[in-house]
Ligand binder design. Structure first.
Ligand code: G4P
Length: 189
């Protein structure tokens, strides 16, 4: 998606050769108009699929998923990373390993929000190693629902996330795929 690639080139900041900082339009300050256009592009790429729910994970996936949901006209569920009184006891749960934090955490979705008739599009901001998306796939499978695909804003193509998902026969659509990057250059696929 050219609009997103242009914005990454304009405002993205590469830290070392592994981390792309996009905190001025996705991860901290957010450009809702850009996210709305990203949602339109997800809809274009998945238009032939009947999708009944969008599933994401807190925190940064939520805004992108909500703006996509305006185009799909379906509810958005976000997996919670923390237990709270606001969360039902009856949940689907999966453990996600975070490479960036070198620790595992549980993600949970209340059972009442997913059923076996659901056809689910998973959306997230980044695809790196694929662990967050794999945890969400696991939750959809526990519900007996179907994963229609995974929609990603920015994929780091030099990390294994896409392969991990495609090995499970899951369709992956990324709006910008970074092939390589360093502090002076970002190259897209
Ligand atoms: P994975 O889910 O693909 O396996 O990713 P990984 O464990 O490596 O990343 C963990 C967190 O870091 C995720 O956010 C992921 O979105 C984010 N992340 C990974 N690579 C980058 C990057 O190059 N740039 C930015 N900005 N983020 C990256 P999270 O911990 O779940 O945090 P959040 O959603 O609350 O922001």
């Amino acid at each position: 998606m050219q609009l997103l690639k242009d914005r990454i080139l304009k405002d993205g900041q590469v830290i070392g050769d592994q981390v792309l900082k996009v905190d001025s339009f996705i991860n901290h300050q957010m450009d809702a108009q850009l996210m709305y256009e990203m949602g339109r592009e997800f809809k274009r790429r998945f238009h032939s699929e009947k999708i009944t729910k969008i599933l994401t994970i807190e925190a940064s996936g939520i805004a992108i998923a909500c703006l996509a949901a305006l185009h799909f006209q379906v509810p958005v569920i976000y997996a919670k990373k923390h237990q709270s009184v606001n969360l039902d006891k009856d949940t689907y749960q999966s453990s996600v390993y975070s490479f960036t934090k070198n620790t595992s955490y549980d993600v949970r979705v209340a059972r009442k929000f997913l059923c076996k008739e659901d056809r689910v599009l998973i959306i997230d901001d980044f695809l790196a190693n694929g662990n967050a998306a794999t945890g969400l796939v696991d939750i959809v499978n526990q519900a007996g629902a179907e994963v229609v695909g995974v929609g990603i804003a920015i994929e780091k193509g030099f990390q294994p996330g896409r392969k991990v998902l495609e090995d499970k026969d899951i369709k992956v659509e990324s709006l910008a795929i970074v092939e390589s990057m360093n502090e002076s250059k970002i190259k897209f696929k």
